[in-house]
Design a protein around this ligand. Sequence first.
Ligand code: AMP
Ligand code: GLY
Length: 423
Amino acid sequence: MKVLIVGSGGREHAIAWKVAQSEKVDKIYCAPGNAGISQIAQCVDIGAMEFDKLVEFAKNEEIDLTIIGMDDPLVGGVVDEFEKAGLRVFGPRKNAAILEGSKAFSKDLMKKYNIPTAGYETFDSPQKAMEYLENSKYPIVLKADGLALGKGVLICSTKEEAMDGVKTLMLDKQFGSAGNTIVVEEFMTGREVSVLSFVDGNTIKIMTSAQDHKRAGDGDTGLNTGGMGTFSPSPFYTEEVDKFCQKYIYQPTVDAMKAEGRDFKGIIFFGLMLTKDGPKVLEYNARFGDPETQVVLPRMKNDIVDVFEACIDGTLNDVELEFEDNAAVCVVLASDGYPVKYEKGFEIKGLEKFDGQDSYFVFHAGTKLSDGKFVTNGGRVLGVTATGTDLKTARQNAYEATKWIEFDNKYMRNDIGKAIDEA
Ligand code: AMP
Ligand code: GLY
C-alpha cells in the first residue's frame, strides 16, 4: 500500500518512522517533509495548505491512505477535499477540526456538556473585554480564539498586563484574525499532562500519557515554544486520574461532538491540568502533539496503519492499543534564539550514530539537505528520543545521545523530565 503523510516536523518524521514498520506499506510519500523524512519516504514539494495539488498528487499516485499531521490543513478542511475526491484520509473533517480551530467553540462545547474546564467568558469586542477585566481576579488567562502557532495564550498577572494583552490580540492583531474573538479564562494551577487518543466517530482509545515542556528556558522560564522536550508516561497520570478522565472527559467529548453533528474521526489530543479539584481540560488539539508523538509512538506496539484504518472504517472498538512497559524521553535540539530570531544553515554532524540503534532515535524537524549534507533549517532542529526501562534511565539515555549531535548554535533545555524526580 502507498501512504502519503502531510507535514514537515518532528511529529511527521515520527509518524513516517512508525508507518514504515507496517508490513502492509510498500511506499511512503511526505508533503513537504524534511531532510530526515527523506531518508525513509519520498518527499514531494507540495505545501500542506495546497489542497488541490495534494489531492491531485494522491489521485495520480493512487495513494491508498493519506495522514494529515498538522493543524492548519485540518482546520482549513483538507480532509473534506480528499473525501470529495473519493480518497481515503485520516483526520477530522473541517466541521470537527473546529475543536482545535476555535477555542470559543471548544469552551462552549465543554460548558454545554459539563466537561470539566476552567471558567471563562468570550469577547468579540475589545471594550467589553477590558470592562470585564477591570473587576477580574488575577492572574487571568487570555486566549486568541483561532490558531496562533501555540503562541496565542497570554497569562496575565496584573490588570495592566491583561489590558495590554487585549490590545496585542484584538487591536494590534498580532495573530491576525485568530484574535478577532478572545476567551478570557480562569487561571488554574497543577501538573499538565498530554493525552493523545484515536477516535473513530464513536469509540475513543487513549494512548499512553506524556508531558511537554513548553517554555524555552530551564526552570520553565522564557517564552512559550512549540515544545522543548517530552517524556512518557507521566507518573502523575495515575489509574485514578485515568478513570476520572475516561468517565468525565474522553467519551463525553466524542459524544458531544456527535450530538452536535460533528462526528470526530482522527486524533484528539487532550491538554489536561491536574488541579486540586480534579483533572480539567486546558485545550483540545485535533492532531498528534509535537514533540509528544516522538515519545508516544516509539512505545506503541500496534501496527499504526491498522489503527488509522480502524478509525476511518469505524471499527476502533475491535482494536486493542498496546504500549511497551518502558519509558521514553525526547530532548529537542533547537537553534539558539528560538522561538524569536535565530541563524540557520549550519551543518549537522553525528546523525549516523543513531543508525541501527533500537532505543535511540533522532527525529528531524527543521533540517534540509544542502550539497549532500544535513543543515539546520528552523527553530526546532531535531528531537533526540531514547527509551529505557524507566523514566530516569530513558532521560539519562536521551541526554547522553544529545552529545552525539553537533551543530553551531545548538541549544537545548537541560531539565527535560525534571518532574520525574518529584513523582
Ligand atoms: P494552550 O495552548 O491552551 O494549551 O495553552 C498553552 C499553555 O498555557 C498551557 O500549556 C498552560 O501551560 C498555559 N495555560 C493555558 N490555559 C491556562 C489556564 N487556564 N490556567 C493556567 N495556565 C494555562
Ligand atoms: N506540544 C504541544 C502541541 O503539539 O501542541
